[in-house]
Write a protein that binds this ligand. Structure first.
Ligand SMILES: N[C@@H](CCC(=O)N[C@@H](CS)C(=O)NCC(=O)O)C(=O)O
Length: 244
């Protein structure tokens, strides 16, 4: 059995606040691979091989990093999602995935760590049990990472424009197709779905949410995938196993 290690349920409807955890959960659901979840909360760094989540446990091995996890799952369970893709599809999917994971992610991090509502403070699945000092340290550390990346120094207008350009690009590529690359789901949908679902359901003010929700096709795409793959046990609470 594959065990997906995550921070844990949060913000009412989130199985986990991590976009990359939701990406793997989406892959497992789309590829019909049975899995269980383990919520690690603040203790995640004690076992995560690369110091981040997600990682999976399978057959006595730990595999970390969402892209390495998908490569591993393809090798072990077969490639049911991507075998129909052409080289051009693969190139487009790759470019979109990199944009979302290495640019949109930072915009989301900026919004979350600077949100005046302090959403992470109220996030049981991530910082449950943390005292104010620990939270302040986490926030300062993550704001520092955003500043070093560059997004932490952008003005609100600059952040809004950067996010809007990315949402516009995804909406244009998707067009009226069912999935990003046509009528069948591919592994690239797992990234786009995970990030867009979290953006559209953000429990804080978000320029990314404004941009994404202005595109009817993006909203419909998320609803479609949610209904098809997440109608049963949407937060994977029934799949939850204990930490020991
Ligand atoms: N490249 C990694 C990124 C994973 C990642 O950034 N995870 C974040 C949560 S979204 C994390 O664990 N952050 C904790 C930390 O950096 O301390 C992947 O694809 O899995």
């Amino acid at each position: 059995m594959v065990i997906l290690n995550r921070f844990g349920p949060a913000w009412g409807s989130f199985g986990c606040v991590s976009q990359f955890v939701l990406k793997i959960e989406t892959y497992l659901r789309m590829a019909s691979i049975e899995f269980q979840t383990r919520s690690l909360g603040l203790e995640f760094a004690e076992t995560a091989p690369k110091g981040k989540l997600p990682y999976i446990d399978h057959n006595g091995k730990k595999i970390a990093d969402s892209s390495f996890i998908i490569e591993y799952l393809k090798r072990h369970f077969g490639d049911s999602l991507d075998s129909h893709l052409t080289p051009i599809d693969l190139a487009i999917g790759h470019a979109v995935q990199r944009m979302v994971e290495d640019h949109v992610w930072w915009l989301m991090a900026q919004e979350r760590w600077w949100a005046p509502e302090n959403p992470y403070w109220d996030t049981p699945g991530l910082l449950e049990g943390a005292d104010q000092t620990t939270y302040d340290e986490f926030q300062a550390e993550n704001q520092r990472k955003c500043t070093e990346h560059g997004v932490g120094a952008f003005s609100p207008d600059e952040l809004r424009a950067r996010g809007k350009a990315d949402m516009d690009a995804i909406a244009a590529l998707l067009g009226d197709q069912t999935y990003l690359l046509g009528q069948q789901p591919s592994s690239f949908d797992t990234t786009v779905y995970a990030f867009l679902w979290q953006i559209l359901n953000a429990p804080y003010n978000s320029a990314l949410k404004d941009s994404a929700s202005s595109h009817g096709n993006l909203v419909d795409y998320i609803r479609r995938i949610e209904q098809k793959f997440f109608s049963h046990d949407p937060m994977s609470l029934a799949r939850q196993i204990s930490n020991s």
